[in-house]
Design a protein around this ligand. Structure first.
Ligand code: SF4
Length: 410
């Protein structure tokens, strides 16, 4: 199973962002960390039999937490869960929010992958996006991360932003590649309702690159990054060989994942569920004591399953699950049809596509049985192809991937 831990705080809110994130005061952050730690311990009791293969600290800006707060969360996580020895552990961070000391603490805690929000190398574009940093801030943060010894770094870039030209985007790609990160995520801006950007630009409004420019930017990204040694392994993600993000691959391959923190979503045993999105309410429901009803320091995980210990465990597991249930807002059990749909439309996001034998082994039916008509139409239209017993998008299919994926809804 994978773990996702949500830290919903940022220095300030970017103009295009609709994530569950925003500025907050030190007291709220402190209480949130207490509540989060309580949830970590409770979940550890519920899922003590699962091996954790990846952990992703996302947000928000997790690097806004102090070194002590990171240590407290990690201590709870390591005491509560069984982490695989080679677990990929990522933290998202923004330039200007880390010091060398903080980066060293990350390394000591076991974090082995950084994901840094750069977005653009152009300070005018960064300002327009409402980012808190300049490109020089990014360079400083990146150099510190290398100095401290991080060897697996992702840069987040964002294209198709207002006023951006193909040339300014080329400049961002060139600078990004010259810094030699192991991984680059390059997403196009989506103007989301409710953001300042939506009020300013609407959907596809004036000031945004035209459809032709967007296509050119998109083609340039693929050509440039592939030529520079980055393989596109997902629609918007590029990596040097061996540096694909294992955590995100898990999402597209429907590996079980447990979301911890306000607003976090999970997929466990074919149930999808998510948490309440109100930080104050989340803190109220979790912060006072840990979820087994004992104070945090006494809540070491119960590993033995024999005799009296097992009896204690079942009570504490039950208490933990009752407390966690209070912060769950939506829960959906996926039937076989929904599982097949997800397998297709998530799996097709990866360039290597969906394995035909694995589909059959999982569902006892061939892809042909379930999707024969869709597959032959899409193949004829040049949107899908079958290669090495896998179904994957063609270049044209990637261009209109939303349409292709929607065809797999039964
Ligand atoms: S730093 Fe990231 S999460 Fe925070 S407001 Fe900006 S885009 Fe949103």
């Amino acid at each position: 199973m994978e773990l996702y831990i949500h830290i919903p705080f940022c220095v300030s809110k970017c103009a295009y962002c609709d994530f569950l994130s925003g500025p907050s005061d030190a007291g709220t952050i402190r209480r949130y960390v207490e509540a989060l730690t309580a949830e970590v311990r409770a979940c550890g009791e519920m899922y003590h039999d699962r091996i954790i293969t990846t952990v992703f600290f996302g947000g928000g800006t997790p690097s806004i937490l102090t070194e002590e707060q990171i240590v407290v969360i990690f201590r709870a996580m390591r005491e509560s869960f069984r982490l695989a020895r080679d677990a990929e552990i990522t933290i998202e961070m923004n330039p200007g929010t880390v010091t060398e000391g903080k980066l060293r603490t990350y390394r000591e805690a076991g974090i082995n992958r950084l994901s840094i929000g750069l977005q653009s190398v152009n300070d005018r574009e960064l300002k327009m996006l409402g980012r808190i940093h300049t490109f020089a801030d990014f360079e400083t943060t990146y150099a510190l991360a290398r100095k401290v010894g991080f060897q697996n770094i992702n840069m987040d870039l964002i294209s198709a932003i207002p006023g951006q030209t193909v040339e300014s985007w080329r400049g961002t790609l060139e600078k990004a590649v010259s810094m030699n990160p192991e991984h680059i995520s390059a997403y196009s801006l989506i103007v989301e309702e409710g953001t300042p950007f939506y009020a300013r630009y609407g959907e596809g409004g004036e000031g945004l690159p035209s459809e032709d420019e967007e296509r050119e930017i998109y083609d340039l990204t693929r050509r440039f990054l592939e030529k520079s040694g980055y393989e596109r392994y997902e629609i918007s993600n590029y990596a040097k060989p061996g540096f694909e993000c294992r955590h995100n691959k898990g999402y597209w391959e429907r590996t079980d994942y447990l979301g911890i923190g306000v607003g976090a979503a999970s997929l466990v045993n074919n149930q999808r569920f998510s948490h309440i999105r109100d930080v104050a309410e989340y803190i109220r429901l979790l912060a006072q004591e840990n979820c087994s009803g004992r104070k945090g320091a006494e809540s070491a995980p119960i590993k033995s399953v024999s005799g009296q210990t097992a009896a204690i465990k079942s009570v504490s597991e039950q208490n933990a699950s009752e407390r966690i249930e209070k912060i769950v807002t939506e829960r959906e059990t996926l039937d076989v049809q929904a599982q097949m749909e997800e397998t297709m439309f998530l799996g097709l996001r990866e360039m290597r596509g969906v394995s035909i034998p694995e589909f059959e082994a999982q569902f006892g039916k061939t892809v042909q049985d379930v999707y024969g008509r869709v597959l032959s139409t899409m193949e004829k239209e040049g949107l899908l192809r079958v290669k090495d017993e896998r179904i994957c998008l063609t270049e044209r299919g990637v261009d209109i991937s939303n349409y292709v994926m929607s065809q797999f809804l039964l």
